[in-house]
Design a binder for this molecule. Structure first.
Ligand code: HEC
Length: 450
């Protein structure tokens, strides 16, 4: 059997196909096609703070600006561009110390330069927004829910849209249609003026949507990456949004212009949750790599882990008032931490994390979501088994235990007055429960059925 490495095999195949690819000269997209190649192969040595040869390849302006030796791109002329020269040939200079780019990748970058090296807007990667509202024949799973702070609305992602329900479940008020077929996470800002959502299409794009709550209009959508965004959060001053991603990166964007202001590559696996500190200067993120990390937003650098790694983390939620986060993972453990460094390097079995505050009763199934009541008094969590538990946040005492139903519960939210909890999940139903007793109040469909 051939022991050729996979990449060599791909190289052989793609060089055979390469000749025909010049025929169709579709416009190459910088954001969708070129940037992902540079990200995978070049960013490690050519990014702000570590720009080898003075060259930053992370943004379009930086790329055009060039490095210590001057410009590396001559728009419209691939063969006269230093960047193309470094990636071509039998033993290409770049990427330094690793395998050459694939012929298909080189071809894309060449064509992009030859076509003028233009920057397409990150926002217009194909409009797949349906012209008609989605018609549902079955209920889609509920992945996220958020109540408006004034207590009037409940936002729930559907397919290609966000549904705004009356908070009491008495009807659908509005349907906000967007590009992403699937939204993973939705949140109202603290003042209720905007709704942010993130999601995307697997292997295609990640998207963030910013909606005006009053006018029910999309203020802005920005797309990045070629994978789905998770765990959106809004900075306390409403000026930035943070997301995790299946590509392992954490990103922060300006809401006003969609500019990416921070990118952190410290996680080793999918990043599912983000939360800003009260001063807006730091971010806590959780990943399947088991780590809850504290990141400095100005520099994009890791400050420290918040937790000691134990189990892959799936969700995080921040306390509404204090700088605290609760994390949940595959082992069914819910832990509360200060949004601070865990304190020194700890060895295995050493439990003295300085950031650790409290642990809640374990659940026998992976935790899927956690929510605080708006006053911070209660914390609720849901599991893959379909169970929901509600605890007192300050002492961990269990208040209610509810077997919601068949299938996993992916999303939880407290009503604005904190008196009820809603749970949604696999079966697409949204169920209301009393916080202090767990008694069921109401049950509705997440989307309209014919
Ligand atoms: C492991 C680190 C590393 C990686 C990965 C890397 N580079 Fe470089 N690059 C360097 C260093 C170091 C220099 C400075 C010049 C030198 O030492 O050769 C440089 C310089 C350059 C220059 C300027 C060369 C000149 O003389 O003007 C270009 C263009 C360049 N890199 C492109 C790329 C591209 C494109 C990729 C990804 C396909 C990439 N590099 C990946 C380390 C790296």
């Amino acid at each position: 059997m051939s022991r050729l490495p996979l990449r060599t095999l791909i190289l052989l195949f793609s060089s055979a196909l390469c000749t025909s690819s010049n025929a169709k000269d579709d416009l190459v997209s910088f954001h969708r096609e070129v940037l992902p190649i540079l990200r995978t192969n070049c960013f490690a040595c050519h990014k702000p703070g570590k720009s080898k040869g003075g060259l930053d390849l992370t943004t379009h302006p930086a790329l055009l600006q060039g490095g210590d030796e001057g410009k590396v791109i001559k728009s419209g002329d691939a063969l006269a561009s230093r960047l193309i020269e470094t990636i071509c040939g039998d033993e290409p200079e770049m990427p330094k110390e690793s395998e050459p780019l694939l012929p298909r990748e080189i071809d894309l970058i060449k064509r992009w330069v030859a076509q003028g090296a233009i920057e397409d807007s990150a926002g217009d990667t194909g409009t797949r927004r349906p012209s008609e509202p989605t018609t549902y024949h079955s209920l889609p799973a509920v992945h996220s829910m958020s109540f408006s702070p004034d207590g009037s609305l409940l936002a729930v992602p559907g397919r290609h849209e966000i549904l705004l329900h009356q908070a009491d479940g008495s009807g659908i008020v509005s349907r906000l249609a967007g590009d992403s077929p699937r939204l993973e996470s939705v949140a109202f800002s603290k003042d209720g003026t905007i709704i942010v959502a993130c999601g995307g299409a697997v292997s295609e794009f990640g998207e963030i949507q910013i909606w005006d709550t009053q006018r029910r209009e999309l203020i802005r959508s920005f797309k990045e990456s070629n994978d789905t965004f998770y765990g959106v959060s809004i900075s306390p001053n409403n000026q930035q949004v943070a997301v995790g991603c299946a590509d392992k990166l954490v990103r922060v964007f300006n809401i006003a212009d969609g500019v990416e202001v921070m990118r952190c590559d410290n996680h080793l696996d999918w990043v599912f949750g983000t939360a800003f500190t009260n001063d807006g200067l730091r971010l806590v993120t959780v990943s399947r790599d088991k780590a809850a990390k504290l990141i400095d937003i100005a520099s994009g650098h890791l400050i420290d882990d918040v937790n000691m790694s134990r189990d892959p983390l799936i969700c995080l939620t921040r306390h509404p008032i204090e700088n605290l986060v609760a994390t949940g993972g595959t082992e069914g453990k819910i832990r509360l931490f200060k949004m601070e460094p865990r304190g020194g390097r700890l060895s295995e079995g050493d439990n003295k994390e300085e950031s650790f505050v409290r642990e809640f009763e374990h659940m026998a199934s992976p935790i899927q979501s956690i929510a605080f009541s708006p006053d911070g008094i209660h914390v609720a969590c849901s599991a893959l088994s379909g169970e929901v538990r509600i605890f007192k946040a300050d002492n961990g005492q269990r208040v209610a235990q509810i077997q919601v139903g068949r299938g996993p519960i992916f999303a939880l939210a407290f009503t604005a007055d904190g008196k009820q909890v809603v749970a949604g999940g696999y079966d697409g139903r949204i169920r209301y429960y009393k916080t202090d007793t767990g008694e069921v109040v109401k049950e509705i469909n997440s989307v309209p059925l014919p």
